[in-house]
Design a protein around this ligand. Structure first.
Ligand code: COA
Length: 170
């Protein structure tokens, strides 16, 4: 098996459907109805030329306890069904962490995560934010209906206090 990871700014319509299904059904229909922010950078994994996994990254300065914190948003993690259970999500997270650290100089990666996927993140050195977290929506600022998780990129402790994402979620 030979895996190649490429960085891109855009997905083709076909790649979108291959990864997420029509209407982003891969993330399930149980999630809250939210407006999302697309990632700025995307990492695509190909196995023998076939698209098998995706992760997105964006840059955002959030507020924690009233102070600014530079994070790299980690978004849209998906492995196509036929390629799951072989470490591709782990690989995509590592690639995104390396980029977020070296290129974006972010202190943490931060992600929004469905309840049912919390064990996946918590098993990979992510931590759930326990303070209240707020996101932006067209209707205004709302409490995040999804858990927010973070991953340290250097030896820093996540600050305490209310989290203001100051953006649509990703
Ligand atoms: C979640 C998902 C990305 C995992 O992809 P994958 O390539 O199969 O994951 P990996 O093989 O890299 O597994 C990494 C680790 O997570 C664990 N894991 C994978 N799916 C899990 C799940 N649903 N719940 C808990 N743990 C999970 C694996 O056992 C593995 O553990 P290990 O490191 O101890 O061996 C994939 O199932 C998927 O695309 N699901 C649909 C889209 C989705 O829900 N994405 C997440 C958005 S937050």
């Amino acid at each position: 098996m030979s895996i190649q990871v490429r960085r891109t700014r855009r997905l083709s319509r076909l790649q979108n459907v291959q990864l997420f299904g029509e209407g982003y059904t891969v993330f399930g229909i149980d999630g809250p109805n939210l407006r999302w922010r697309p990632p700025r950078w995307r990492f695509l994994a190909f196995e023998d030329g076939k698209l098998v996994a995706h992760a997105g990254v964006l840059r955002q300065t959030i507020g924690v306890g009233g102070n600014p914190l530079r994070v790299a948003g980690f978004a849209g993690l998906v492995t196509v069904a036929a390629a799951r259970g072989r470490g591709l999500a782990r690989l995509m997270q590592d690639v995104a962490a390396d980029f977020s650290d070296r290129r974006l100089k972010a202190d943490f990666m931060a992600a929004f995560c469905r309840e049912r996927l919390l064990p996946f993140y918590l098993g990979r050195r992510w931590t759930e934010v326990t303070s209240p977290a707020f996101i932006e929506q067209p209707s205004g600022t709302i409490a995040s209906p999804l858990p927010v998780v973070y991953f340290p990129l250097r030896s820093m402790t996540w600050p305490s206090g209310t989290v203001e994402i100051r953006s649509l979620p990703w």
